[in-house]
Design a protein around this ligand. Structure first.
Ligand SMILES: [Zn+2]
Length: 280
């Protein structure tokens, strides 16, 4: 059993659970041939591979932050079947938050690395009401625009109904570039996977943890060329990954992985040839 809780200086970080789901294995691995990626993961009959959505709770210094709320409940039968969306067994944002000892109204911040449906759907409940009614919600401005525009190369990845209730409730804040949300917690806007996919860096007492979002979605995506076909610009993804993954390995940062079904918390390493992952 891999760990789902870690202390980083003053902050307790807990991997929560929203839905398990599945996406096409080929799309998840881009140009990597199936003969290679099928050795790394189970494959379903419809060629999808099992994925998790792991929101993270960051608690300490008077704040309770949820990073990346999850897929949420607002899904029709067709989508539930296509994406194998499964909330059974306690895999639901609010249930897992309560299990970690936090009530939704106690959440002070909700950070959303980008606005794809599998990352922000759970910020609003079944009736479209914000779940964290007192929290400042943050996402890059360019992601807000991509979501609300509804005219985008990856239109299918953005649902306006995930974001609009947050805007209407006055809960949504946006930034460009980089912003320190609270002391020690910084959102860093990048590119490649989406217009403004961001990393979230947590620093305290000389320790660093980074939430990788879809820059490194699972433990099998640490090897630099393993870039998803979903990414809007593979050259940008390569640049971003080439800049950040080696640094994380060298400096021993704790890695928080959103889509990994087995190991949400670990560290990157280098075996002399390629970058690697070890669960903590
Ligand atoms: Zn994703």
């Amino acid at each position: 059993m891999t760990s789902r809780t870690i202390q980083v200086g003053d902050f307790r970080i807990v991997a929560l659970s929203d839905a398990n789901f599945a996406l096409d294995g080929g799309a998840m691995f881009g140009v990597v041939p199936r003969t290679i990626w099928q050795q790394l993961t189970p494959v379903n009959e419809d060629h999808t591979i099992p994925l998790a959505t792991n929101p993270f709770l960051v608690e300490g210094n008077g704040v309770r932050i949820v990073i990346e709320p999850g897929m949420g409940q607002r899904w029709g039968e067709r989508q539930q079947t296509m994406f194998h969306i499964d909330h059974s067994g306690g895999f639901e944002l609010v249930a897992s938050l309560r299990a970690a000892g936090v009530q939704p109204h106690e959440v002070t911040h909700c950070l959303m690395s980008h606005c794809h449906f599998d990352h922000i759907g759970a910020a609003c409940d079944l009736h479209g009401k914000p779940v964290f009614e007192r929290a400042e919600h943050w996402t890059p401005e360019i992601e807000k625009q991509a979501n609300l525009a509804q005219e985008h190369l990856r239109k299918a990845s953005y649902r306006i109904e995930d974001l609009l209730p947050l805007v209407d409730a006055g809960l949504l804040h946006t930034f460009e570039g980089e912003t320190e949300i609270v002391p020690g917690v910084t959102m860093i806007q990048l590119k490649g996977h989406s217009e403004g996919v961001s990393l979230i860096k947590i620093e305290s007492a000389g320790q660093v943890a980074v939430f990788w979002s879809d820059v490194v979605p699972t433990r099998n995506h640490v090897h630099l060329p393993f870039i998803m076909a979903y990414d809007i610009n593979a050259t940008d993804s390569w640049e971003v990954r080439n800049q950040w993954i080696p640094r994380a390995a060298q400096e021993g940062w704790i890695a928080l992985l959103y889509h990994d079904p087995i190991a949400p918390i670990g560290k990157f390493g280098f075996d002399g040839k390629r970058y690697t992952f070890a669960a903590l």
